[in-house]
Write a protein that binds this ligand. Structure first.
Ligand code: PHE
Length: 355
């Protein structure tokens, strides 16, 4: 009996020390191994008288349990401290950039969209969005382009079902409809986004980008449209003087309609905007047709305004000197590395749109 108490005392104090994993395992074997101190005590049990055995057994079990608890507590402590040690040593300071710094680049089209949004926001336009998958009504009918209207053929539409009810939007103009349906006038919005037509060559891609503009209020006229576009082109190309030409055109959803060209020349292989005698078409526009306003429950006798649709990719090509539209969508990493922008170089009016 006194043996048992001694074992308990001795190992209790041993286990009170700071121990390594090996030391704990060693103690475990010393106590509970085949010939361990506790294991041998169990062998004694059989040799005792019944009354002694009962008392000894209960004592022995208590001590065994106590030592086992101590050991498992020790093991838990070790596990915890090794986790803490790992956490401490393998700490990654996420406030520091990874080295070497490999930075992604912003695609010129995204950069152009940011620049356009920034310019228009300065004169009170907010940004709206619409889905790429549109219905026939928003893309055509509501825009005063009924079934069998010749303008539908010009759009080379990708239809998504046999009944021609859903399609990939052929322009951003359906966002005019969506915006006016969900709100009350006045409206002053731009809507940049992807558009789709079944067409592909050096200057056409089946997916391209447009930015729609819509300004509806009381007493809005062609002069406002001209002023707005004039301001935009100057800001976008960062020039003081531009040459702009309105050519009469036709869109079912505007009346009158015009296409706008900007004047440019090529000097030493570089394109110069605002000089020379060459013209480049960059957008379609006009005064919103009364039928369109009626379709969205806006009274054309009280409200009127203008709309425009600008080809974003074309503007980006001009501004950044990129001559093949298709290179925008080839996902060539080397190309993006060359023409792309620093992610922190977000275009703003006050800091400048380009570097
Ligand atoms: N949606 C026309 C197009 O894609 C452009 C446009 C928009 C013209 C708004 C007039 C007004 O060609």
């Amino acid at each position: 009996m006194s043996d048992l108490k001694n074992i308990h005392r001795e190992y209790n104090s041993k286990l009170g020390n700071k121990l390594s994993l090996e030391q704990i395992n060693q103690i475990k074997t010393e106590l509970f191994g085949k010939n361990g101190l506790i294991s041998t005590q169990f062998k004694i049990l059989g040799k005792l008288s019944e009354s002694e055995r009962k008392q000894f057994a209960s004592e022995l079990n208590k001590i065994k349990e106590d030592l086992q608890n101590l050991i498992s507590q020790k093991l838990k402590d070790i596990e915890l401290s090794s986790i803490n040690e790992k956490l401490e040593n393998e700490k990654v300071d996420i406030t520091l950039p990874a080295r070497p710094i490999i930075k992604g680049k912003i695609h010129p089209v995204s950069q152009t969209i940011d620049a356009i949004s920034s310019i228009f926001s300065e004169i009170g336009f907010s940004v709206e969005e619409g889905p790429d998958v549109e219905n026939d009504y928003n893309n055509f009918s509501a825009l005063n382009t009924p079934d069998n209207h010749p303008a539908r053929d010009m759009h080379d539409t990708f239809y998504l079902d046999d009944e021609k009810k859903t399609l990939l939007r052929t322009h951003t103009s359906p966002v005019q409809i969506r915006t006016m349906m969900k709100d009350q006038p006045p409206f002053k919005i731009i809507a940049p986004g992807r558009t789709y037509r079944s067409d592909s060559d050096q200057t056409h891609s089946p997916m391209f980008h447009q930015v729609e503009g819509l300004h509806i209020d009381k007493n809005i006229n062609m002069g406002n449209l001209k002023g707005c576009l004039n301001y935009f082109i100057k800001e976008f190309f960062e020039v003081d003087k531009i040459k702009m030409r309105f050519r009469p055109s036709h869109f079912p959803f505007t009346e009158p309609s015009a296409e706008v060209d900007i004047g440019y020349e090529i000097k030493d292989g570089k394109i110069i905007i605002g000089e020379g005698d060459k013209w480049l078409e960059i957008l379609g526009c006009g005064m919103v047709h009364p039928n369109v306003l009626k379709n969205v429950k806006v009274d054309p006798n009280k409200f009127q305004g203008y709309a425009f649709g600008i080809g974003i990719d074309r503007l980006a090509m001009l501004k950044y000197g990129i001559n093949d539209l298709r290179s925008f969508f080839e996902c060539d990493y080397r190309w993006l590395n060359h023409f792309g922008f620093d992610p922190l170089d977000v275009p703003t009016n006050y800091r400048g749109l380009s570097r």
